[in-house]
Design a protein. Sequence first.
Length: 451
Amino acid sequence: MTSAVVDDVHAEVPLTLDEEAPRTLGLLDQGAFWANLGVSLLGFSGALFLLDPLGGKPLTFTAAVLAAVVGSLLGTAMVGLAAIPGVRTGRPAMVLLRGLFGARLSYIPTVLNIVQMLGWGAFELWVIANGAQALFGTAVPYAVWAVAAGALTIALTIRPLGALRLLRRYVTAGVVIAMIWLSIALFRQGPSVGGGSWDAFAPAVDYVIALSVSWVPMAADYARHSRSSGAAFIGVVAGYTIAQVACLALGIAALALVGNDGDKVWDPFVAAPLGVVFFGILVLREADQSFANVYSTTVSIQNLAPRWDRRVISVVIGVLTTLIALFADVNSYGAFLSVIGAVFVPMFAVLVVDYFLLGGAARWNTAKDAPSRWLMVVPWILGFAAYWIVTSTPTVGWWDGIWTEVRLALGFVHQPWMNAALAAFLVAALATVVLSLPARRLRSRRLRSRR
């Protein structure tokens, strides 16, 4: 084996943004990574939000699974498309937004992304700690498990590409075996998944889209290390969709066995034959979720401070995430996902339209002094508003009250078939096209005058 191959195999993420990113990840690396992200203990408990997103109007099992498939495909397609510019430019997600909004304006979504990643990371540590207690009881306090999970997370972020290679080689096979074993064990018990209706189908799709699209702001963080755009896109869509649908379906079965009690959703896993072993694999694997969030928070911060050493940032963020996890309120999980969808779905729509449809790829400027593009903020805001006007998912009382008043003022009446994420995407996309027309005409005139 030549030294060049050895260097390629063991290449690692540079310490600052001033250095070029290595491109060592193939389709299997990307697919395994995103498949592991698609399986989450939080997904098992979160299946309750899929099954009954409005509270008191549960879906049928068929409707819930179909909502999981539709929402996953829509959401992962967004994530996959968001990954492609990362492959082409070699830049992480928040740095890419310099091309959309300009360098200084990109700080706004960067800060929002840091906040949401801190929230996700804390949720994941909460899940790991509670999963460990489900396995071993409460003799070891929650805080000890949370701190241990935080320490493991920090260790993984020091060598992130090494962590991805570790997942592909050793973890993925264990996760697949564990999921198959636990699926057989739970469905053999004949969980009652009948009854329900299709009334909450659209909000359920919104929930699943939000689960998936929450990864949009970090897709390029890993895609920039991919050998090709196809590997990045297919790895996201295939790996994450298959894993997430399987995870949510298994979560619904587990909930059915405990009377839809979210606090007991892990009990059937642990009680299954060899359940402690296979559920233990999933608990340990959950660290890839917290790792992904802490690492993406790190590279997001580097958009604000490009020369800061990512290792130092990772340690600080890992500690902060652990502290948040010690006091996290998981009951706000559903509302948290709604906020993520409202912010990042329309932002993604603006990015896709500008980059892929309006010729942005040819002039994408990710330099430190990229000029501000205030016009691109407008369709983002319009899409954000469209999301809250259309959504029927409850969040926080005072916030929902504001948008109820807006709907009344507009004379808007929500229909069961309406989907907030798609409405936000379409409004932001159309607004981007309309607002770009004058600028495109001006550029055309300038080109003609030069000739």
